[in-house]
Ligand binder design. Sequence first.
Ligand code: ADP
Length: 558
Amino acid sequence: MAALNISRLVLRSSKLRASPSHLFSAQLLMQMQSSPFTRKACSFICLFTFASFSFTDIPTSHCMSVDAHTVASQLNSSGLLRTQGLIGGKWTDAYDCKTIKVYNPATGESILDVACMGGRETNDAISAAYDAYRSWSKTTAAERSKLLRKWYDLLMVHKEELAQLITLEQGKPLKESIGEINYGAGFIEFAAEEAKRIYGDIIPAPLSDRRLFVLKQPVGVVGAITPWNFPLAMITRKVGPALACGCTVVIKPSELTPLTALAAAELSIQAGIPAGVVNVVMGNAPDIGDALIASPQVRKITFTGSTAVGKKLMAGSAETVKKVSLELGGNAPCIVFDDADLDVAVKGTLAAKFRNSGQTCVCANRIIVQEGIYEKFAHALRDAVQNMKVGDGFGEGVAQGPLINEAAVKKVETLIHDATSKGAKIILGGKRHSLGFTFYEPTVISDVNSEMRISREEAFGPVAPLLRFKTEEDAIRIANDTNAGLGSYVFTNSIQRSWRVAEALEYGLVGINEGVISTEVAPFGGYKQSGLGREGSKYGMDEYLEIKYVCLGNMNKE
Ligand code: ADP
C-alpha cells in the first residue's frame, strides 16, 4: 500500500515519461528484498520502480529531468536512504518505536516514516558524543582533516542523489539543490583545511621570568539544531568546524527534512569518522531541545531557526552556562538607488528574493527603491518575475518550487491581505498557484510602507514588496528600522555611496550589486536579534573553541 501511495506521489510530482523496462523493475525489487534495508526504505525505492511503468500521456513540459531508475538504484546501493536516528554509530529506532512522516511538499504526500525520538534517545546520543569526545579531541588536526576531506569527497561523489533527496523532501528546484550540495559540502572542505590552522599565540610577557601562551581547545559536545530550508548546508556549516576543532556533535535536523541529514550522517560513517562523533536524533523537537539544554555534558548549542525558539534555547542554556551561537530570522532590506544599473539591480533582487521560493533568512524582505527609478524598476522586476516557471522541483526549467507547508502559504496570504487592506497594490501574482498544494504565485506588490506587517515580519515566501524612498538617509533609516540584522543588499554605481551605506547598515552581511553572497569562506551571522556568533570562514571556527591561557613561571632559574 505504501509503495502504491508513493508510486502515485512520484507520478504526480515528477510526471515521469515512459521508457522503462519491467525487467529492470523486477530485478531491482529482488535486489531490494535481499538487501539489509528497512521495509520503509524498501517501499520508498519501490515507488521509483513502480513509477517506471508506461505513462505516455504526461506533458513533456513537466518532464522530470532525472531518471527515476537511477535515483532508486543509486539510493539503494549507496545506503543513503535512512529512517532511523544515529546514536553512537548505530542506526536506531525510537525507543517506543514511534515514527513521523516526511512529506513531499510538491504533492503533499508522504515519502517515508522516520524515527520519532525524544529525550531518552537524546540523552543516549549525548552520552555517546561525550564518550567519543575523549578520543576525538585527542586526534591530531591532520587526522581530523583527512577524515573531513573524505567526508567532503563522498558528499561530492553522491552530489546528484543528495540533491534529488533535497528536492524531494524540501521542494526546491533540482538546480538549487545541486547548488546547496556544493555550498554545503564546501563547509566540510573548508573545515578540513582550517583544522590545520587552529593556531594559539605566544604573548610577550610583562615579567622577565614568565612565558605566556594561548592554547585553543575544543569546547566539548555540541548540540546542533537546524531548520528545513537548507537540509544539508545548515548542518555542515555547524558540524564541519565543530569536528575540525575536536568537538563531537548531536544533530537535530528539522522533522520536515531529516532524510538529507541522515544521508549525510551515513556518509560521515563511510568516510571513517569514528562512532559517536556524529549523532543524529529527530522527532519531538521540544523534548530533544530540553534534553540538549539540560545536559551539563553539552557545552555548546548552535541553532538556526526561528527567533522565538532561539531565544528559548538561549535562555535555557543559561542554567548550565553553555556557549551559544544563534542564526535567527532576518528582515533583509534590498536598497535600489537611482544610480543603480537597472539590469544588475533586477537580477540581484530576483536572486535575493526568490531563491528557494523566498524561504531563506537572507531573502530580501523589503525592496526599498529610490523614487527616480521606482516605476522603471517595478516594471522590470515584474517582467522578470513573470518569466519564472513554477512547478515541481524536478521539472525542466523550474525556477520556483512549492512552499514547505500549508502554514507557510497561510502566512504569506495573511501578510499580503494586511498590506493590500492598507493600500498596497498587487502588480503580479498575489494568490495560490493553479498547481495547487503549497505552490504560490511569484508576487510583486507596490506601494508598501513600513507600517504594514509585511515590512515588519519575515514573509518567508515568494513575495517582493516595494517601498519608496527619497534620500540616502531615508533609505538607511527605513532599512535599520527593525530588530533584525542579518542580510542586506544595496544596488548603486557609486563607490562612495556603497561604502557609506554598507557602514551605516546594522546588518551582519551586506551585498553590494550582488544578490547571493553566502560562501563558506566568509562569515555569516546577524546583528541585533538576528543572532549571535558567526558561521563559515576562520571566524566560524572560534565558535567551537575555548581559549586557554598558560603561564610558565619561574623561568629565570638556572
Ligand atoms: P522554522 O520556522 O524554520 O521551522 P523553528 O525554530 O521552528 O523554525 O525550527 C528550527 C529547528 O528548531 C527545527 O529543527 C525544529 O524542529 C527545532 N525546534 C523547534 N522547536 C524547538 C524547541 N522547543 N526546542 C528545540 N528545537 C526546536
